[in-house]
Design a protein around this ligand. Structure first.
Ligand code: OOB
Length: 545
């Protein structure tokens, strides 16, 4: 055991007050174990079992553990040290796990980017975190990440290394970095382990510092709630770096349980169904639109999906009607997951009555997750009423990285995170997500901060002002509509989206629709009324029917 009194945490990372930390340790939530140590322990107890299947590659726990040590040594030789930030943008491949665990063992901090991110996002992550390295695939889904890395490197002065899984070109090949293992001091469990990205509602994405202690607690408890055991097989179909497939219980929960992770390069039934059949997958996670696609595809019954015991659906609201169809169409138990990269995760339990599974988004992981449902003035609403969800607990952050001003708004003075979600609590403590108060679009689980897109639109010479709102959509739940006040003659809508793409914005953030307007409707206090804009859209779609 290392002394728990040494000060933890990177500068700029708010942490739990000591009284809470003491309580969470005493309750056994924070066990003082790091991710590097967890993998070592599983390699000892489950060495010969398969840890990960990725394409034609199969790695046992001892092989994964050894490769992680070798990669940590190679990264150390490159000069990567504890607390250095490394932007990791890898798809669902075994190398993702090797890179992350090697960085964990060094105490270096992965910044988890998504494969969909482009120059605007990656450039920002590199600059804001002063990243020293950036890890990419060569090609994925038809996109050449080396070209992106060239552009990013030109703008990120701290970036010393670009590391490529695959054909490295002018950069460093990941495969060249495996070196004989060396002794490393390693981080402490209360240190920050990595940064997750916030869906956000502000101009730039916020970074979420998660510690080994707090994240591992959520991983262990999630694995328990989902019944993971060594014989389980988890299919990673969503992008692995996202909090849901990473930790709820996700690939990390599977490794904690000594189970097998199967990496699916994409979530389409054409790719995932043959993997489920071949590897006898027992558990996987999807966002609602994909769950709908899977149910449609399963009708053809071309693949044997009988091994699948649990389908988790989360990231966005699943309609009660779609939820009801999961068991009859896929032959497995639905688990609704309502979580957030900032912390709190709610699950319906596998043995909940069917009605609770299909009509609620679950209840929190921990008895020490504190949940409040409040009105606009932070007063608790009456039981069963809808209000803003506030939360605090053993795996919910106390603040974003280097964001003092924003933290003052996003957290209450006593440390509750303002989730921006509108929820109702049922008599038995389950939460139902009724809406959202944050200025964000949830496009089938992909989060888009309206302000971020508005700022990019404002950079266009023909845009005088812009307001981005959600447009209801039967498939994705929501799509994005940009209302634009033009400066002079309106530009072609396509030229606006092309402009955003050229600025390096991820494709999922490009507006699905652009509407030109002379002036924005105003609220009583003279702000843009997005509610009125959404209502105008609803009226227009009724008229055009
Ligand atoms: C997950 O994490 P994030 O950080 O991408 O997004 C969090 C937000 C929540 O605040 C909520 O607005 C929305 O996504 N959300 C849901 C939901 N699950 C997430 N809204 C309605 N119903 C649901 N089931 O999305 C995430 C993280 C861990 C596990 C699962 C999802």
């Amino acid at each position: 055991m290392r002394a728990p009194t040494r000060t933890a945490i990177l500068p700029g990372c708010p942490t739990w007050p000591e009284s809470f930390a003491t309580r969470y340790r005493a309750a056994g939530y924070w066990k003082g174990e790091t991710f590097g140590e967890l993998l070592r322990a599983r390699a000892r107890s489950h060495g010969e079992r398969t840890a990960v299947v990725s394409g034609s590659q199969r790695l046992s726990y001892s092989e994964l553990d050894a490769r992680v040590d070798q990669l940590a040594a190679g990264l150390h030789t490159l000069g990567i040290r504890a607390r250095d930030r490394v932007v990791v943008q890898l798809p669902n491949v075994a190398a993702f796990l090797e890179v992350c665990f090697a960085l964990f063992r060094l105490g270096a901090l992965p910044v988890f980017a998504l494969p969909a991110h482009r120059g605007a996002e990656i450039g920002y992550f590199c600059a804001f975190t002063e990243a020293v390295a950036y890890v990419i695939p060569d090609l994925h889904a038809g996109f050449d990440y080396r070209v992106l890395a060239e552009q990013v490197r030109a703008k990120a002065p701290t970036l010393r290394h670009v590391i490529v899984a695959g054909d490295a070109g002018a950069f460093i090949g990941l495969s060249t970095l495996y070196a004989p293992a060396i002794e490393l001091e390693g981080p402490r469990a209360h240190d920050v382990a990595f940064f997750q990205l916030s869906g956000g509602s502000t101009g730039v994405p916020k970074l979420i510092p998660r510690t080994h202690d707090d994240y591992l607690y959520s991983v262990r408890a999630s694995a328990d709630i989902c019944g993971l055991e060594a014989s389980s097989v988890y299919l990673c179909a969503l992008p692995v770096a996202h909090n849901f497939p990473l930790s709820s219980p996700g690939v990390l929960g599977a490794l904690h349980a000594g189970a097998t992770v199967v990496m699916s390069p994409n979530p389409s039934p054409d790719t995932a169904f043959p993997l489920i059949e071949r590897e006898r997958v027992t558990l996987t996670a999807l966002v609602p639109p994909l769950a709908m696609v899977w149910m449609e595809s399963a009708k053809a019954r071309r693949h044997d999906l009988s091994s699948l015991r649990v389908l988790q659906v989360g990231g966005a609201r699943l309609s009660d009607e779609a939820a009801r169809r999961v068991r009859p169409m896929l032959g497995c138990t639905l688990q609704q997951v309502f979580g957030m990269a900032e912390g709190l995760v709610n699950y319906t339990r596998l043995d909940d009555p069917e009605d609770r599974i299909v009509t609620t988004q679950g209840r929190p992981i921990s008895p020490d997750d504190e949940v409040r449902v409040v009105d606009d003035d932070d007063r608790d609403v009456a039981p069963g009423e809808t209000g803003h969800l506030l939360t605090r607990g053993p795996y919910t952050i106390r603040g974003y990285y280097q964001a003092e001003e924003h933290n003052a708004r996003a957290f209450t003075s006593d440390g509750f995170y303002r989730t921006g979600d509108l929820v109702r609590r049922t008599a038995d403590g389950h939460l139902v997500v009724e809406g959202r108060a944050k200025d964000q679009i949830n496009r089938g689980g992909d989060k888009i901060a309206a302000e971020e897109i508005e700022n990019h639109l404002l950079a266009h010479p023909a845009v005088h002002d812009a307001a981005v709102v959600a447009l209801p959509d039967p498939y994705l739940g929501e799509r994005t509509c940009a209302f634009v006040i033009p400066r002079g003659t309106p530009p072609h809508p396509m030229s606006l989206t092309a402009f955003l793409r050229e600025r390096g914005l991820a494709a999922f953030k490009l507006p699905d629709r652009v509407e030109f307007i002379d002036a924005f409707p105003q609220t009583g206090v003279g702000k843009v009324s997005k509610k009125a804009l959404r209502e105008a859209l609803a009226r227009a779609s009724v008229l055009s029917r």
